[in-house]
Design a protein around this ligand. Structure first.
Ligand code: FDP
Length: 339
């Protein structure tokens, strides 16, 4: 079954909105175009950095800008969008006046994990979709600053050995693999359900000295293996590409952490709420896992700015619950409620 057949089938069964289908088709087309740009790597002279920085103060890669343009051009004329928000653009993108508007908002990170581009390691695109009550006359921050529970769809494309699109419209998580021979995504992973327990964790361990005590304890207990409090062995992985990391934990369980720490606490964490944490938490929850900041459910965080950052803990429910409990205990101890 191709991606478009799947969407049409879902639409018939769920009686969902035709505009959402149009948007999800445009997003898939953008992902195919990004995949194509990545394919030739150094041969196409698309690797390396530009002189520019994005709003987060990160040096932009050539491919960050190329992928951003691809998303804008493929989606702005769909006729179903009110606005777009991208990691690579300071401000909300208003749909140009020559195109019809709709009531959807697309929020995206066109190329996540871009530090991996120059070394030919997996990267991805992440997207989140909001549905507004109607077509707004004017787009303000309030229009797009909606909590993750209001997402009507979310997904990512993973540009790895094969290109995959993983999508949820709130009815489970489904994975599609790009079939190069017909240029179409085909359904290969129906209804992905992640295991409740995990034997793998992913965290940038070079930041250990900055972590808060609950994260230090969680990792120390995992590393202690059979002889530690967990009584079993844990494996560790760090690709430094959130899409690849989340894809792994969706398929075989595990936990992914980018927590708040002493070094990133002034900015609220590392990962962005609207187009990284929210869509990934939506997918992980849809697959039976959990998404937390350590102190709150990610999907319930009320956003205050488009590029806001949050601590991110995603994965198998039992591991995320345990990490949450460690935070609660630590906070209660800090204020003297428990010894
Ligand atoms: P990148 O900055 O390369 O785009 O989105 C941010 C992100 O990558 C994630 O994909 C990745 O998990 C993380 O940052 C990597 O962080 P470290 O540089 O601390 O390893």
């Amino acid at each position: 079954m191709t991606y478009i057949q799947f969407l049409l089938d879902e639409r018939r069964r769920e009686d969902s909105d035709r505009d959402l289908l149009t948007l999800l088709h445009s997003v898939a087309t953008a992902c195919k175009a990004v995949s194509n740009s990545l394919k030739n790597g150094a041969l196409a002279d698309v690797l390396g950095s530009l002189e520019t920085e994005n709003i987060q103060g990160e040096t932009q890669k050539k491919l960050d800008v190329i992928a951003n343009d691809i998303f804008l051009r493929r989606c702005e004329f769909s006729g179903v969008l009110a606005a777009m928000v991208s990691e690579e653009m300071d401000e909300i993108y208003d749909i140009p006046s020559q195109f019809p508007k709709g009531r959807y908002v697309l929020l995206f990170d066109p190329l996540d994990g871009s530090s991996n581009i120059d070394i030919n390691v997996s990267v991805g695109s992440i997207f989140s979709v909001l549905r507004l009550p109607g077509i707004p006359d004017e787009i303000t921050y309030e229009t797009v600053l909606r909590p993750g529970v209001e997402q009507v769809a979310a997904g990512y494309a993973l540009y790895g050995p094969s290109t995959m699109l993983v999508l949820s419209t709130g009815n489970g998580v489904h994975g599609f693999t790009l079939d190069g021979s017909i240029g179409e995504f085909r359904l290969t992973h129906r209804n992905i359900v992640m295991p409740e327990n995990a034997a793998e964790f992913a965290i940038n361990a070079s930041r250990a000295n900055w972590w808060e005590p609950p994260v230090q304890k969680y990792v120390a207990d995992c590393v202690a293996g059979e002889h530690g409090p967990r009584g079993r062995y844990f494996n560790m992985r760090w690709i430094a590409s959130m899409v690849a990391e989340v894809h792994r934990i969706l398929l075989r369980g595990g936990v992914f952490l980018y927590p708040i720490d002493e070094e990133n606490c002034a900015s609220g964490g590392k990962l962005r709420l609207l187009y990284e944490a929210n869509p990934m938490a939506f997918l992980v929850e849809q697959a039976g896992g959990a998404g937390s900041t350590g102190r709150a459910r990610i999907l319930e965080v009320a956003p205050v700015s488009p590029h806001q950052r949050v601590p991110v803990i995603l994965g198998s429910t039992n591991e995320v619950d345990l990490i949450d409990r460690l935070h609660v205990e630590y906070d209660l101890r800090t204020v003297g409620i428990i010894a």
